[in-house]
Design a protein around this ligand. Structure first.
Ligand code: SAM
Length: 234
């Protein structure tokens, strides 16, 4: 599977940049080989390699299929991102689990805030993970947003924030979770949401939920929320 960074509309396509590198130097494609392409629109294309050069790969489109591998629930996750490699694990696994959008959050106790090229690297990871897991739509990675602004997001969606169980007002395990089609959820930083932030979230209509009796790291909490909200059948 290869990603084309523009809508595929005609009978031809070109792989360049990192996709061409993957095709030429990892997969060692040559003229006549068949591949699958996606452009993030939801469709999947069959294609045949017509020519290779040192830098790019020319293809002829031979078929188009609408293949929906999206979750029935559109999940936006606001996360006070963890540091380093844990950020990469978070992004890769959220793509696999089917989250629609990741919003890096700045909170009182946030530590890692990706900007510019760091966000671009995370977006490249989204493509890599989508190639691997067969997703035909890309999970969006938004620019970082302050918690206060995020609280106002999507007032018409089900809004949840993960809060550890020792917090008296967090709902415990058995409470029913939403069966709605749009969920916006958020996960706090290593130091947790401050009391003021949790109170502001409740005030703005967000529902605190727990993810069990143990304290999870940021990425574990985000992935547990995604697995639960994206309606993965077991
Ligand atoms: N000492 C912090 C606290 O008490 O909030 C722990 C923060 S935890 C490492 C990071 C974030 O993951 C939390 O802000 C929360 O959003 C989420 N989280 C971790 N464990 C959780 C649990 N058992 N239930 C709900 N949310 C959890």
């Amino acid at each position: 599977r290869f990603f084309i960074d523009e809508p595929i509309t005609g009978a031809e396509a070109l792989l360049s940049g990192p996709e061409a590198h993957h095709a030429l130097h990892v997969m060692r494609l040559k003229a006549g080989d068949g591949v699958t392409l996606f452009d993030g629109s939801g469709a999947e294309f069959s294609a045949e390699v017509t020519a290779v050069s040192r830098r790019d790969v020319s293809l002829t489109i031979t078929g188009r299929q609408e293949i929906d591998r999206e979750s029935p629930v559109r999940l936006t996750l606001g996360v006070a991102l963890p540091k380093g490699d844990r950020q990469k694990v978070l992004v890769e696994k959220l793509v696999e689990l089917g989250a629609a959008r990741l919003v890096p959050l700045t909170t009182e106790r946030s530590v890692a805030l990706p900007k510019g090229s760091a966000i671009e690297k995370l977006r490249r990871l989204v493509i890599e993970a989508s190639k691997q897991c067969g997703r035909n739509r890309l999970m969006e990675i938004a620019e970082p947003v302050a918690l206060g602004a995020f609280l106002d997001e999507s007032a018409d969606a089900e809004r949840l924030f993960a809060h550890p169980p020792e917090e008296a007002h967090a709902e415990r395990g058995g409470a029913p979770w939403p069966a709605t089609q749009r969920v916006v959820a958020m996960v706090g930083p290593e130091g947790g949401f401050s009391d003021a932030e949790a109170a502001a979230a409740v005030e703005a209509g967000w529902r605190p939920v727990t993810l069990g009796e143990r304290i999870l790291r940021i990425e574990t909490a985000a992935l547990a929320l995604a697995a639960r909200c994206c309606g993965i059948p077991l």
